[in-house]
Design a binder for this molecule. Structure first.
Ligand SMILES: Nc1ncnc2c1ncn2[C@@H]1O[C@H](COP(=O)(O)OP(=O)(O)OP(=O)(O)O)[C@@H](O)[C@H]1O
Ligand SMILES: [Mg+2]
Length: 487
């Protein structure tokens, strides 16, 4: 991973956290500001209505103090005082014909006719009416309440008008302040979050830097987690476990490739050596023939190794497809025994097949696995002994046990004989004894064939009971009388 990638990823996490937290704070503040805005609007509206009602009451009191409607316009100051100095309140008193008896300066007659509150009733908040004034561009609030001159004389109408513009400008001022406060508040919270997240992510960056130092040479060195916070300890431990697994595979792969190079070099050096010695002087045709035969043997060994390696590589790739079908394993065993009869005869051993077992397996691969184990058994048998192939099955599994008596595999070698290129006695390979010599790949192939079938292979060896390899396949077939034989 490049430093730029690393920086971009850290930035993105920081930006994401900052965005999320700033967004949440913005949402909460916006909700609070909206709530306050509506609460303020409600309060202003209630206050304005109360002012309207109080003014109507004050004007009605004034009306009680006069005896004729002509007196109404006579002393305007007393009437103006009724508005309690409210700039946004105006009024007019009209007679029954609609003629204005007195009107304050800001009074604007409504464009539509108003419904009147009867003189004997006290006006309430819902008597307030809104009428749009085209020239001001707002809806003015009105209350029209009837009253009697001197309390029992001629009926007149008191109209009180409220201009809501001041109220609206208080509200828009509040909204503007709230938006500015909201923006500044969110920016401050965003900056603080960014800074805090930067500090909070420091251990992650330390861990990343440590991970960047890991190379194939330092796979074995785990990351130290002394300063790692508790939340990242699990990640650091998982990383160390992964490193340990990688280190193990890497070491085995390196070991394998050096063993492989060594094993390839041996037959090639043999061929070169023989050819060079042959060329030091003139040879007879029979000698050349012997050298060629020996070279062919080495080539066969190389070819066997290469095809085994290829087989292993293919078998271990994830795409290997098995052609599974119900197969009688004892039939494969019998056919192998026939094919290997000459080899067995040469080694002085007999092969016997006992029992029956049928499983859903890839016939070609199963044959190859059995053949590899059988060849080993013949190679390592004591002359005059019997190699037995015993088939058995249950509804869940089907197995073939191949047993021979002869060379014993020491307990320390048993767990390793399935590793690639592992031979118990490698000197026997180079010692020129082609009967015993092998590449050390046969059992690795058996193991991978068994893994492909989700089966297992196990080995046991001692001088008395002999050496037994058990290949166990999942039966993979519907249970029935044929699938439950044990022989
Ligand atoms: N039946 C057996 N008795 C004694 N030793 C055995 C037996 N089968 C396997 N081994 C030991 O296990 C080792 C690994 O076997 P494997 O089949 O993988 O390799 P190989 O036979 O040496 O070579 P290849 O099979 O590739 O030709 C052998 O070298 C041999 O020492
Ligand atoms: Mg072998």
């Amino acid at each position: 991973m490049s430093t730029m990638d690393h920086a971009r990823r850290t930035r993105s996490l920081r930006a994401r956290l900052t965005g999320l937290i700033a967004g949440c704070i913005f949402g909460v503040l916006a909700l609070m500001a909206t709530y306050q805005y509506f609460a303020l609007a409600d309060q202003l509206r209630a206050r304005a209505r109360q002012d309207l009602l109080a003014t109507v009451a004050a004007l009605r009191t004034e009306l009680n103090g006069v005896t004729t409607k002509q007196q109404i316009g006579a002393d305007p100051r007393r009437w103006y005082d009724a508005t309690h100095g409210h700039q946004n309140l105006d009024f007019a008193v009209l007679d029954a014909n609609g003629t204005t008896l007195i009107a304050s300066r800001g009074y604007l007659a409504p464009a539509t006719s108003l419904s009147h509150v009867a003189h004997q009733r006290v006006p309430r908040e819902n008597d307030v009416q809104k009428v749009r004034n085209a020239s001001l561009g707002v809806r003015l609030r009105y209350i029209a309440a009837d009253g009697l001159v001197g309390g029992r004389g001629e009926r007149v109408t008191i109209v009180v008008q409220l201009d809501p513009r001041e109220q609206l400008s208080v509200l828009s001022g509040f909204a503007l302040t709230a938006i500015v406060a909201l923006t500044i508040g969110t920016l401050i919270v965003g900056a603080m979050t960014y800074w805090l997240v930067t500090i909070g992510l420091r251990p992650l960056r330390t861990l990343t830097r440590a991970a960047e130092q890991v190379s194939s040479e330092r796979l074995g060195a785990p990351l130290t987690d002394d300063d790692t916070p508790a939340e990242l300890k699990d990640l650091s431990h998982a990383f160390n476990r992964m490193l340990a697994r990688l280190n193990d595979s890497f070491t085995r792969l390196s070991q394998f490739s050096s063993d492989l190079a060594h094993d390839f070099r041996t037959p090639i050096s043999n061929m070169m050596g023989e050819a060079q010695v042959a060329l030091t002087r003139e040879r007879t045709a029979a000698e050349y023939k012997a050298i060629l035969i020996s070279n062919i043997e080495e080539c066969e060994r190389l070819s066997h190794m290469i095809s085994s390696m290829l087989f292993l590589a293919r078998a271990e790739s994830a795409h290997t497809e098995l052609r599974k079908e119900a197969t009688a394993l004892e039939a494969i065993a019998v056919s192998l025994a026939e094919d290997m009869a000459p080899m067995a005869e040469e080694a002085g051993v007999a092969i016997e097949v006992v029992g029956q077992a049928t499983a859903a397996v890839d016939g070609v691969l199963a044959r190859r696995a059995l053949a590899n184990v059988l060849v080993n058994a013949i190679r390592h048998s004591r002359p005059g002994s019997v190699v037995s192939m015993r088939c058995a099955s249950s509804p869940e599994w089907t197995e073939v046990g191949i047993r021979n008596v002869g060379d014993v595999i020491a307990p320390e070698h048993l767990p390793r004989i399935f590793d690639r290129l592992y031979r118990v006695d490698p000197s026997r390979h180079t010692g020129g004894d082609s009967r015993v010599g092998g590449a050390g790949l046969g059992l690795a192939i058996v193991k991978s064939i068994m893994a492909l079938h989700a089966g297992t292979v196990s080995a046991s060896s001692d001088a008395v009971a002999g050496t037994t390899f058990v290949l166990r396949f999942p039966t993979g077939m519907p249970p029935g009388p044929a699938g439950n034989s044990r022989c």
